[in-house]
Design a binder for this molecule. Structure first.
Ligand code: TRP
Length: 403
């Protein structure tokens, strides 16, 4: 039985924290309590023994996002590893709602992690671009949503996905055929009341929204991709995503056995905090709250120096005496995501926490690290041609996707 204590929007609004695909907020600007979230959603914490197993099975050191607890929760990830160990492969499914022209660093996290999983396990990947979702929620025209999907596809491809194992699709282009049959199978299993309970729809929401969840659900089932997985109906699916997407997949997992399919497994991340501090996920409509993959070196430097919330003390004397509060310090948080060298990170934490290192020095190091990542991303994106996008998005078999 799936645990689901999520019982509707009205109740949710009164709660301390609200996390769903559309809202991430905490009362009075507090921090998200991820333990509470795990409890409320009914997922599991990703413990060290699972991380050790990943290392053993892949023969690679686990990704920074695993080592540092960025991906911190899961559903049935152990089952995926069990069957992988027995010689059964799986496929990966992730996605993006194309609501903005360019991506910020937080948007890259699931894709960077998915790329690592694809390389480490040597498995195929499907990436859903929910242009229909953003058209309905963000008041974008159909044409504009489709254009953004293609632009975003370039940024996603720039993360380095293997063209021989990756299928990227836009809902507007791909929905139909066996994918649509699965949508109808799912839709028949979910009452309106159930959808209200999971997603908090109200009588004022248009029916497009209410009808959307099956579209995000069915890429979890291999039979939705006959050109890839025909005859492979028992293939398991693993979904890397941020934890705000959990409601979609709670619904999917609830329905799956009733229509004869495996439940998809999930591996879920926390949110990348805004420059101003850790109170939710970043808001793409507040430009100075985030670093974008299109920012110049100067913009990155200015944003970090001006806006990155510091846990350092108000004066040098006080700082030398008390040290920085690492719990609230954004430069330290960001380095935790993007500085790969464990020893250097530990050194900085120690020196900064003891007051021997100043905020300015930590920010300087962060600026170097992020500028390097953004510059590399820009170069990779500039090398993505229209033909490459067409190929990634072509409905085609991937002959050697498991080898
Ligand atoms: N709804 C997601 C968003 O708005 C996009 C998405 C579709 C997705 N399928 C997914 C995200 C699977 C993670 C996993 O960004």
């Amino acid at each position: 039985m799936e645990k689901n204590k999520d019982d509707g929007s009205n109740k949710e609004q009164e709660e301390e924290q609200v996390v769903n695909p559309w809202v991430v907020s905490v009362k009075d600007g507090g921090k998200i309590d991820y333990d509470k979230l795990i409890d409320k959603f009914g997922c599991q914490r990703l413990d060290q023994s699972l991380i050790d197993r990943v290392e053993r099975l892949t023969g690679r050191s686990p990704h920074v996002f695993l080592r540092r607890g960025v991906f911190f929760a899961h559903r049935d990830f152990g089952e995926i590893l069990d069957s992988y160990e027995r010689g059964d492969k799986f496929y990966l499914y992730t996605g993006r709602g194309p609501s903005s022209e360019s991506l910020h660093l937080g948007h890259l996290i699931p894709f960077l992690f998915t790329k690592y999983l694809q390389d480490a396990f040597k498995v195929p990947l499907v990436i859903q671009l929910t242009d229909d979702e953003k058209c309905m929620w963000k008041n974008l025209s159909v044409e504009e949503s489709q254009r953004l999907a293609r632009e975003n596809a370039k940024d996603i491809i720039a993360c380095g996905f293997d063209i021989s194992r990756t299928f990227i699709f836009s809902d507007f282009d791909y929905v139909g055929g066996d994918f649509y049959k699965n949508m109808v199978r799912v839709a028949k299993c979910v009452t309106y009341n159930k959808a209200v309970g999971i997603f908090g729809f109200t009588g004022e929401d248009h029916i497009g929204k209410v009808s959307f969840p099956p579209i995000q659900a069915v890429p979890s089932f291999p039979s939705s991709f006959p050109h890839l997985f025909s005859g492979n109906d028992r293939l398991r699916c693993l979904i890397p995503c941020a934890i705000d997407q959990d409601p979609y997949f709670r619904m999917t997992r609830d329905v799956a056995p009733r229509i004869g399919y495996h439940k998809p497994a999930l591996i879920e991340s926390s949110f990348f905090p805004a420059l101003q501090g850790e109170t939710g996920k970043m808001n793409a409509s507040v430009p100075c709250s985030a670093i974008y993959v299109t920012d110049s070196a100067k913009q990155i430097k200015d944003k970090i120096n001006r806006y990155a919330f510091s846990g350092g003390q108000d004066s040098i004397e006080l700082h030398r005496k008390h040290g920085a509060n690492l719990e609230v310090d954004i430069p330290i948080k960001y380095l935790g995501f993007f500085l790969e060298d464990d020893a250097e990170l530990e050194h900085i934490r120690k020196e900064y926490g003891a007051g021997r290192m100043l905020t300015g020095e930590v920010k300087k190091r962060l600026i170097e690290v992020l500028t390097d990542i953004v510059e590399r991303h820009k170069r990779a994106r500039a090398a993505v041609t229209d033909e490459m996008v067409d190929t990634f998005m072509a409905v085609r078999p991937l002959p050697n996707m498991f080898s």
